[in-house]
Design a protein around this ligand. Structure first.
Ligand code: ADP
Ligand code: MG
Length: 399
């Protein structure tokens, strides 16, 4: 789960991490009031969307001004003008895709005098099962490019969870970043605080880009991107409260309401499967037969008729879906119940794309019979390969 920059900074501040003073604003008047409270002389107006690259982004509408989603204002009136230009407009960045995101919130914060822009991030390294720390002197720009063109400029190491954070970790980062004197001390404290926040809040990613050295020589986190492990959200109601559903894919929001694991993909074949492993195998075999899955969808082991119906609706809400492959293994769930769910959903949704169903497991014969007798144009399949071959052929035929 993602949060906005202003929320991320508020969380980090609780851990004693240095961030600029600032506040969220939802209207130009609020933006003006926040800027006045900060006192100036310089305030920065920052679009709050769940995507980076805002500084270099651009708005779709010409009335949103020429500059991007991060603007330096030299007066309170400028803050109001910029806020008015940005709110309600669509910001396109390298991370939003061409459709962009509508800006509905802003962060108004004090302007920092930047001497150096550095890069710092933490993430869960699955290979070592540890928290990895990544640091580079090349902050502010695309870290992916740096990793590709100049990998020697990136320091990566991981922290052993048994011994936890030690000061030498912080000193290692400070050395890599070319920090001196009191900055080394600040860095040791900063890395410790970030590590504590990362572990306690069950983050999966924390990115500070840029981490800056100010003209006065202090370290400040000028941008913050946090991502939280959704499997641990049950123990963080304070994080769940920050969720901004308007920033998420509507189909994925709907899916989470029905406890379905759904991820939208770019292909044309919708998949309705029970069990994550079976879902992966189904996607693989669709590719093997020369097509692409439109989604990952796991309805879970104990799928009910209602769940199957909702899953169908979600799949069909994607205009790219040209055919559906249902692949269900009836273990806990009986195939006849699943068959009834499929029939009910197909009727309710007045299905217009080809549907291939492969059932296996408990009461499979009864399930197949229900589908045969439904009068619906459902194409039965005997095994996974057969099912994939059939749906790929059907979709190609219709194209
Ligand atoms: P994004 O990564 O989405 O482009 P950032 O928060 O990193 O957004 O801002 C982009 C750039 O804008 C930063 O690299 C920095 O140079 C400048 N910037 C951001 N916040 C401030 C601030 N409070 N004061 C001065 N400059 C800022
Ligand atoms: Mg940034």
């Amino acid at each position: 789960m993602n949060v906005h920059e202003y929320q991320a900074k508020a969380i980090l501040k609780e851990y004693g991490v240095p961030v600029p003073k600032g506040h969220a604003a939802f209207t130009p008047e609020e933006a003006f009031a926040v800027a006045k409270e900060l006192g100036g002389p310089i305030a920065v107006v920052k679009a709050q969307i769940h995507a980076g690259g805002r500084g270099k982004g651009s708005f779709k509408e010409p009335e949103a001004g020429e500059k991007g989603g991060v603007r330096i204002a030299k007066s309170f009136d400028d803050v109001r003008t910029f806020a008015d230009e940005m709110l309600g407009r669509t910001l396109v960045t390298v991370q939003t895709g061409p459709e962009g995101r509508v800006v509905k919130r802003l962060l108004i914060e004090e302007g920092a005098a930047i001497k150096r822009e550095l890069y710092l991030s933490f993430l869960v390294d699955r290979a070592t099962s540890r928290v990895a720390v990544i640091a580079s002197t090349e902050g502010g720009m695309d870290i992916e490019e740096v990793a590709h063109d100049a990998p020697e400029k990136i320091l990566t190491f991981s922290i052993d969870p048994a011994s936890g954070y030690s000061q030498f970790h912080g000193r290692k980062v400070a050395f890599e970043l070319g920090l001196e004197g009191d900055q080394v001390k600040q860095c040791v404290k900063l890395i410790g605080s970030l590590y504590k926040a990362f572990v306690e809040k069950d983050m999966s990613q924390l990115e500070i880009n840029p981490l800056i050295v100010t003209e006065k020589g202090d370290l400040v986190c000028l941008d913050a991107k946090l991502n939280f492990d959704s499997n641990a959200l049950y123990r963080h109601p304070e994080i769940v409260a920050l969720r901004d559903l308007e920033e998420e894919d509507p189909a994925e929001v709907l899916a989470s309401r029905y406890d379905l694991s759904y991820v939208k993909l770019d292909g044309s074949i919708g998949c309705l499967v029970n069990g994550a492993g079976l879902a992966m195998a189904t996607m693989d075999i669709i590719k093997l037969y020369g097509s692409e899955p439109a989604n990952f969808l796991d309805v879970g082991g104990g799928a009910t008729k209602e769940k199957v119906t909702e899953a169908f609706k979600i799949i069909l809400s994607d205009p790219n879906v040209k055919g559906i492959l249902v692949n269900i293994f009836g273990g806990i769930m009986r195939c006849d119940i699943i068959a009834e769910g499929i029939i009910a959903a197909a009727r309710e949704m007045s299905l217009k794309v080809p549907l291939v169903v492969r059932l296996e497991g408990t009461n499979v014969e009864l399930g197949k019979e229900i589908i045969r007798n439904s009068g619906l144009a459902v194409i039965p399949a005997d095994n996974l390969a057969d099912a994939a071959e059939k749906i790929v052929a059907e979709v190609k035929k219709a194209a």
